[in-house]
Ligand binder design. Structure first.
Ligand code: CA
Length: 704
């Protein structure tokens, strides 16, 4: 239990908020006026606002608001909507002082009046101009941070920008990648602010030999405070600290030449109680440990939760979820704080559902494992040994003979779309993905492998998603799972359409909100999973919903549209959103809301381009073309050229049949529309890519 005393400047109030992570005592509302700067300190979301990415410092993505509850949710209706232009809209909003902030597309920040839905200001950091080769990676911004009347946003090109919350004017900008030679690092995740510091990491493991790190800056001035590297560099250059020296013992060969990784692209959790910041680290670079570290070693601190001293950035403890990971598994998913009685003992806990399919409960005072159980099919390990904290692996899973079909896939059983943790009832609500993938490195030159500069995906192993390609589009490959975090078992689950569905918001009103790829936004009874309410949004609802009070009334806000890595999963998604007709919107709901959306745009059939000169190429050409397409194009144009909303469907593009036009288009790009240039691609490679697309278009034509 801990106590937070917040003192407001005005004379009459002393705000006393006794807050334990299990129960909240909030004094009557007129006695309390939470000073906005302090709201994020609350362990659970007792505040009126949603000022940080996951609602609270505890990152629970849970709200204590209960105006909207199981008895009245059927009266929930649309209060207003706002249309947005193209670009990623799978992004988490914030709300502070009746203003909603979103960072969409390439970090274009919008401030919107929460009650009226009117745009207040817009700030565009002009990422297409700065991002250069990084445009190839297809990412958009996942969210932003608020602190003391400022908004913080990261950009694909690595800038961290502080804006005046009232006006959108730039307060300061830093380049978080200054001094970093490698041009493939990027920021897609939301920064976090704690105790006057803003922290940001980066991504890039799939694109180059990266060495992940996090940096903190003074939130007022942008002055750099401390930096922590996730993996060791070349020992000859000396180690930054003892932790890196320790980590280097777990790497083999000349790892610093081919890779490293561990990029912290998403999850940070500030644990005020213990003065520490938890960072969730990413996978290895390249994925294949045979290339990265001679096939052995734990490779610290990949795929770990690492606790750092919040003041100094010094290493405190770590828990490695996947020692020596080799599948793009990572521990970069939300890490949610709490306190619970487990086996008769009161424990300070952090819970997380990383990619690997297990749900972990750790002691956040020391990083020791308390429990871990599977939440879905996971064939890489039988269980996690509670004595050692290490997984008991299936030896075949490391594809020793070159190939293995693994569950979960690199999408993860749970990705970055947040789960919701109700610490009062000790249950988590998790958007679970149930996909497998075949890994194959038989075509990879393991001895001489080198990163190919400029690839969108470059992993030293070939990947094919595993799902029944003949299934109906809406067959479930996902579920919304309610999980008892103490007993480590399912309470209920509801199958979802396709593989990816939305981030989850649960509330004290006993409601669980989740959107679906097929366009429904739904509310379930938190106790039973019974569907209580559903809204037809017409377009994918994948972004995490938020809830807050504005002018004393409870609202729920969520975005529609597609983006970030989700597009990569092509045909497994269970819906085929069309880049040209899909609507990207902000939707806001309240009790009695009676606004209406314009009617759904008519689904346009995908018609393949005419290609009278097409002849079926030989198998080798198609195989090589598929590989080229995967590494250069798939990030935006979809698995198997089946585009699902991030970018146009190339099988329907009139440019592809015209060879000189196609070559010029790919080499020059159209940066303003997010199409990067591939100026270095030789004619032979363009030929292979084009043949692959023509083949896919011919297949579509046959089925028309
Ligand atoms: Ca990755």
């Amino acid at each position: 239990m801990y106590t937070i005393n917040l003192i407001k400047k005005t004379a009459k109030i002393v705000l006393l908020l006794l807050c334990t992570l299990n129960s909240i005592t909030v004094f009557s509302e007129d006695e309390i006026s939470i000073k906005k700067i302090d709201a994020p300190f609350l362990g659970t979301s007792a505040g009126d606002d949603w000022p940080v990415f996951n609602g609270t410092y505890g990152e629970q993505h849970f709200s204590a608001l209960e105006e909207i509850n199981t008895t009245n949710v059927e009266k929930l209706g649309l209060a207003w909507h706002m249309d947005l232009d193209a670009g990623n809209t799978v992004t988490g909003p914030l709300e502070v002082d009746n203003t909603i902030y979103i960072s969409k597309g390439y970090s274009v920040v919008h401030a919107i009046d929460a009650v009226s839905g009117k745009l207040l200001w817009k700030y565009d950091p002009d990422v297409a101009k700065h991002a250069d080769i990084r445009l190839r990676q297809g990412w958009g911004s996942r969210g932003l941070a608020w602190w003391n009347n400022k908004i913080y946003v990261g950009t694909l090109d690595g800038r961290l920008i502080a804006l005046e919350a009232k006006t959108g004017d730039v307060v300061w900008t830093v380049n978080t990648l200054e001094e970093i030679e490698n041009g493939s690092y990027f920021i897609s995740g939301a920064p976090r602010v704690f105790d006057g510091k803003v922290i940001i990491g980066n991504g890039g493991t799939e694109h180059a030999s990266t060495r992940g790190f996090v940096t903190t800056y003074d939130a007022e001035s942008g002055k750099q405070l401390w930096r922590f590297y996730v993996v060791p560099g070349n020992p000859k250059d000396g180690f930054e600290n003892k932790a890196m020296e320790m980590a280097a013992e777990t790497w083999h060969g000349e790892w610093w030449k081919v890779g490293g990784g561990g990029n912290t692209w998403n999850a940070f959790t500030y644990d005020k109680e213990f003065g520490q910041i938890l960072i969730g680290t990413g996978n290895g670079s390249p994925w294949n440990i045979k290339v990265r570290s001679q096939g052995k070693g734990d490779n610290l601190f990949l795929c770990s939760i690492v606790a750092l001293d919040a003041e100094t950035g010094e290493y405190r403890w770590h828990y490695q979820v996947n020692p020596g990971e080799t599948w793009d598994y990572n521990a970069s998913m939300d890490m949610q704080l709490g306190e619970a009685e487990i086996d008769g003992k009161q424990r300070k806990i952090v819970v997380t559902a990383p990619k690997n399919g297990f749900f972990y409960v750790l002691d956040r005072t020391n990083g020791k494992l308390i429990s871990a159980e599977k939440i879905t099919k996971a064939n890489w390990a039988s269980h996690i040994d509670l004595e050692t904290g290490r997984p008991v692996e299936n030896p075949e899973a490391r594809y020793p003979k070159g190939t293995f079909t693994l569950y979960p896939s690199p999408a993860g059983a749970h990705s970055w779309l947040p789960m919701s943790f109700d610490n009062q009832k000790n249950r988590a609500f998790i958007p679970v993905i149930e996909l497998g993938a075949r890994y194959d490195d038989r075509m990879v030159d393991l001895k001489n492998w080198k990163h190919l500069p400029g690839n969108a995906v470059d992993t030293a192993v070939i990947l094919e998603l595993e799902y029944d390609k003949d299934r109906k589009l809406t067959d479930p490959m996902s579920k919304l799972l309610a999980w008892d975090i103490v007993k480590q078992k399912e309470i209920w689950s509801v199958p979802g359409p396709g593989s990816w569905n939305g981030g989850v918001l649960a509330t004290r009103g006993n409601i669980v909100f989740q959107g679906q790829i097929t366009g429904e936004f739904k509310a379930y009874d938190a106790d039973t999973g019974k569907l209580l309410w559903s809204f037809d949004a017409g377009d994918p609802v994948l972004a995490p919903p938020i809830t807050y009070l504005a002018d004393g009334k409870q609202y729920v806000t969520v975005l529609t549209g597609l983006g970030t890595s989700i597009s990569f999963y092509g045909g497994s998604l269970g819906a085929l959103p069309n880049y040209r007709t899909m609507k990207r919107r902000v939707l806001t709901f309240s009790l009695g809301g009676n606004a209406e959306l314009p009617p759904r745009s008519k689904e346009q059939a995908r018609v393949a381009f005419d290609d009278p000169e097409y002849e079926l190429p030989d198998t080798k050409t198609l195989e090589m073309g598929q590989l080229m397409f995967m590494s250069r194009c798939m990030a935006c144009h979809g698995d198997g050229a089946l585009a699902v909303g991030q970018a146009p469907d190339l099988r329907t593009s009139g440019i592809v049949p015209l060879k000189p036009t196609f070559n010029a288009f790919v080499r020059n790009g159209v940066k303003a529309r997010g199409m990067p240039s591939f100026e270095e691609l030789p004619d032979e490679q363009l030929h292979l890519i084009r043949e692959f697309i023509r083949w896919k278009a011919a297949t579509l034509r046959e089925n028309e």
